[in-house]
Design a binder for this molecule. Structure first.
Ligand code: FAD
Ligand code: NDP
Ligand SMILES: CC(C)=CCC[C@@H](C)[C@H]1CC[C@H]2C3=C(CC[C@]12C)[C@@]1(C)CC[C@H](O)C[C@@H]1CC3
Length: 540
């Protein structure tokens, strides 16, 4: 894609945007500072809880839009000027130097990345960030899109939003693009990522062709299925406990203009389960499969396929800021008791839950889906998750801790019906999100209970919101849920609060290869292990 000449109109438009942005920033900063002081004054809890939207709308929305705009311009400039690949080696060398300095300094404290805890897409802030030796990883660019090899080569801080904005106009996409936009390549490879195409391609980790790591001795290694293959298989879910990721090569596939999305309402848990299982197993027919349950007995299953043309009158650009929140739109099929077909522009599909942060924005801006709000301020939505986290203050943090659940549990598809019953009885939280994924049988932290056969179809059950079950007790109920999941050969996503003991944790995840790599690469004194980094006690 070549550069283009700007017309005087475009130059004036940029000047107006810059002026508006500066005014907004000044206003947001003053108001933000005022509110920041306010949330620290005790006794103002009512205001903080019930009027958080004032602060969010006046400060966080403009700040988020501005931040995104600046980074979008910066990323576009760097990508098209091709300056990042030239600097990559020097930047990696800086990381290697920091690790060597850690050795010469006597290896006193173990290491983690210096990325501040509030920036990570999880409810918690890691406590270890304060006490460990923080290694600065300043790597945030896409290095190459190779259409012949069908790969994109990128640095670990590249986000999903950055990747879709770059790849889609070139006619490509990633096989799995986990929603939300600010998720990073590093976080998804070292942690886990999932999307509604995972029933075909597997979790995000399965789309990785190779990774480049800096190990605890300061060396730089490349790993793929043919080169350092054991380390390659041990990297997913390792949470930076085997080394630092400095680049990754990910598969790309041709993109099409639209997703033809079909909506199938279901009016009982049994109907929902059967439909969801049937669509998930039709891997050659459905490129995307997703389900949302609104009550135990009502939900919608969606299937999508990519296409270049749309039937007239059926195009729906759901991503436009004035459009209703996606999960509300989906619910309307349930209420109207009809199936439906729509053609959604690809990028809009990928970001369908971003605008409303699944259904979590409703608590923060209760009128966020009202047409008046959408038309007036919708263009700035959503506030950045990291900004919400940074500014939530102690009262809101405690409130979420005591009243809200944010969990993703991965269970075999065969146990879906049982799991829906369990979630309904013990938690009673709706909407519930369902996303199928294929788990191959091969060594690593996560594999099906039986290693016979190619693999097994699993489903991610995402619970985000307020549990209404009268039996619900935060710690005890989460522990009980963890036990249920473990007993059903399932797994917990580790960005969420995990209360398992070390023994229970080892019972859920296969540590054979991981322990071997920790020993072979001399990681024990260099990095905390996964349990130490992800357990509830490690996070504030
Ligand atoms: C204020 C602003 C911030 C932006 N921030 C980024 C950024 O951080 N990274 C980036 O790669 N591109 C960003 N963009 C660029 C934007 O994504 C481009 O317009 C895009 O390349 C054009 O794609 P499109 O026309 O296919 O989709 P569009 O029609 O522009 O977008 C489709 C829909 O996807 C959603 N969407 C698109 N981009 C984002 C995003 N980045 N974050 C959240 N939702 C999004 C929106 O709901 C949008 O309505 C930003 C644009 C603006 C105006
Ligand atoms: N759709 C989806 O699939 C969603 C997934 N998520 C979760 O969000 C997480 C990703 O969030 P994100 O904010 O991007 O990442 P995080 O900053 O949360 O990083 C996740 C883990 O990866 C490690 N890590 C990240 N980058 C590197 C690196 N370059 N080298 C070594 N270790 C690294 C971090 O180590 P350290 O602590 O040392 O920084 C941390 O333990 C995923 O793990 C996923 O579970 C959340 C929402 C949606
Ligand atoms: C699709 C998958 C696999 C997971 C989606 C999880 C997200 C819905 C959550 C991950 C981190 C969560 C946070 C919040 C909302 C829900 C998540 C984005 C908050 C923004 C809620 C408001 C708080 O004040 C801050 C939270 C930060 C983390």
């Amino acid at each position: 894609m070549g550069g283009s000449t700007r017309t005087p109109l475009q130059v004036s438009a940029v000047a107006v945007v810059v002026m508006l942005a500066s005014t907004l920033t000044a206003f947001a900063s003053v108001f933000g500072l005022f509110f920041f002081i306010l949330i620290r004054i005790k006794g103002l809890e009512h205001v903080i809880i019930h009027y958080r939207w004032v602060f969010v709308c006046l400060c966080l929305l403009p700040a988020s839009a501005l931040y995104d705009l600046i980074f979008y311009l910066r990323n576009g400039f760097i990508f098209y000027s091709k300056s990042a690949p030239k600097q990559h080696d020097a930047r990696v060398e800086e990381i290697q130097q920091q690790v060597r300095n850690w050795h010469t300094g006597g290896r006193l404290r173990r290491m983690c990345t210096a990325r501040p805890g509030w920036l990570t897409i999880s409810f918690r802030t890691p406590l270890y960030k304060q006490s460990l030796n923080a290694i600065r990883i300043n790597l945030m660019d896409i290095l190459e899109v190779n259409t012949e090899k069908r790969t994109v080569y990128a640095e670990p801080l590249v986000t999903m939003g950055q990747l879709t904005a770059t790849l889609n106009p070139l006619g490509y996409t990633l096989p799995v693009i986990p929603e939300l936009d600010d998720l990073t390549l590093g976080g998804l490879i070292m942690g886990v990522g999932i999307e509604t195409s995972s029933h075909i391609y597997g979790l995000f980790q399965e789309t990785v062709v190779s990774v480049e790591m800096v190990l605890q001795d300061g060396s730089r290694v490349r790993c793929s299925k043919d080169e350092n293959s054991e380390l390659f298989m041990a990297v997913p879910w390792s949470h930076g406990s085997l080394g630092f990721l400095v680049a990754a090569e990910i598969r790309i596939i041709p993109a099409r203009r639209y997703v033809k999305l079909e909506y199938f309402p279901a009016y009982s848990a049994a109907e929902f389960t059967d439909l969801f299982a049937e669509k998930s197993l039709e891997r050659d027919k459905n490129h995307f499969v997703e389900g949302i349950l609104y009550t135990k007995d009502s939900g919608v299953v969606m299937t999508g396929s990519m296409t270049d043309s749309a039937e007239s009158g059926k195009e729906n650009s759901i991503g436009h800021y004035w459009k209703p929140w996606f999960y509300k739109h989906v619910e309307s099929f349930l209420k109207k008791r009809i199936t439906g077909i729509e053609y959604i522009p690809l990028r809009h599909y990928y970001h369908r839950h971003t605008k409303s942060i699944f259904w979590m924005l409703h608590n923060i801006i209760p009128f966020g889906n009202h047409p008046a709000f959408r038309y007036l301020l919708g263009w700035m939505v959503p506030p950045k998750v990291s900004f919400l986290k940074l500014t939530q203050g102690e009262t809101i943090r405690r409130l979420y801790e005591e009243r809200q659940m944010i969990q993703d549990m991965l269970v075999p598809l065969a146990h879906l019906r049982k799991s829906i019953d369990y979630f309904d009885k013990e938690i009673d939280l709706y909407p519930l999100w369902f996303c199928p994924f294929w788990l191959p049988s091969r060594p690593g932290f996560l594999h099906p209970a039986s290693m016979e056969g190619d693999g097994e179809m699993y489903v991610d059950i995402g619970a985000y919101g307020e549990p209404l079950s009268p039996n619900f007790k935060f710690r005890a109920s989460t522990r009980k849920l963890e036990t249920f999941v473990r007993e059903n050969n399932g797994f917990q996503m580790l960005y969420a609060d995990s209360y398992m003991t070390a023994e229970e944790f080892r019972g859920m995840f296969d540590h054979t290869l991981y322990d071997k790599m920790r020993r072979d690469l001399d990681c024990v004194k260099a990095f905390p292990d996964i349990y130490e980094k992800t357990n509830r006690n490690a996070r504030y």
